[in-house]
Design a protein around this ligand. Structure first.
Ligand code: ATP
Length: 215
């Protein structure tokens, strides 16, 4: 079976930058499915503004009807901090023979050494890095070395092994971030066309970002 893509994020809220990236990777890498995993209580960053339940609902609304897009709520259901390495270990246990591709944006990849047990990740999954505007792949340091060791330009490597490779893929650059969306809503502007309408509707109904503090 073709590899499974894992796309984790805070998704506070989900937007077209996420969705287009997932779709392009699904097609280019011939991924059997893309599993969206909204984070429950992310340990390595600030707490989200919208509740985990609402972020999950937004991800469900955004992905509904897209073949191969699946929502996995395990991190939202978990109480206490939730580390990617633990989630991946669970998935590895459930799918012992499947190739698993953990999808991250370049910004997330650059912060990888701050993740809990980050070196274990490649024993459990491949890493697929989506290029984001303004970010460049590291040439030095631990990540630069890791790229020399584990980097590949062959999509077939992601199909032939279950884990262990790093593949960098350029996606259409959509300079949208959840932070910008939240700030826009906070100043009373309309986030239309930055995300599916169903997500925009949930944001308006829940009135969740109107009090976002602008830094
Ligand atoms: P925030 O602005 O709150 O930090 P974000 O927009 O970066 O949020 P996250 O939920 O933190 O969204 O991101 C989940 C994953 O999606 C990360 O791996 C991130 O790099 C990636 N991502 C986010 N926005 C884009 C985008 N516009 N294009 C490609 N990848 C993206």
């Amino acid at each position: 079976m073709n590899p499974m893509g894992i796309f984790g994020g805070t998704f506070d809220p989900i937007h077209y930058g996420h969705l287009r990236t997932a779709f392009e990777l699904q097609q280019a890498l011939r991924l059997n499915e893309i599993r969206f995993l909204p984070a429950g209580n992310p340990p390595h960053r600030d707490q989200p503004i919208a509740t985990a339940q609402l972020r999950l609902e937004m991800v469900r609304a955004a992905t509904q009807g897209q073949a191969g897009f699946v929502v996995d709520d395990r991190e939202v259901r978990k109480i206490g901090p939730c580390y990617s390495v633990e989630t991946l270990a669970e998935l590895r246990h459930e799918y012992p023979n499947r190739s698993i591709c953990l999808i991250v944006g370049m910004d997330a990849f650059l912060s990888l050494p701050k993740w809990y047990q980050w070196r274990e990740l490649l024993q459990l999954a491949h890493l697929v890095v989506a290029h984001r505007p303004g970010w460049r792949a590291p040439g030095m340091g631990p990540l630069g070395e890791l790229l020399v060791d584990r980097g590949t330009g062959r999509i077939n490597d992601l199909h032939e092994a279950r884990a262990g490779c790093i593949y960098i893929h350029a996606v259409t650059q959509l300079e949208i971030s959840s932070t910008d969306v939240r700030q826009l809503v906070a100043v009373g502007r309309d986030p239309r066309f930055l995300m599916p309408d169903a997500v925009r509707k949930l944001i308006i109904e829940a009135n969740c970002y109107t009090k976002t503090r602008i830094s």
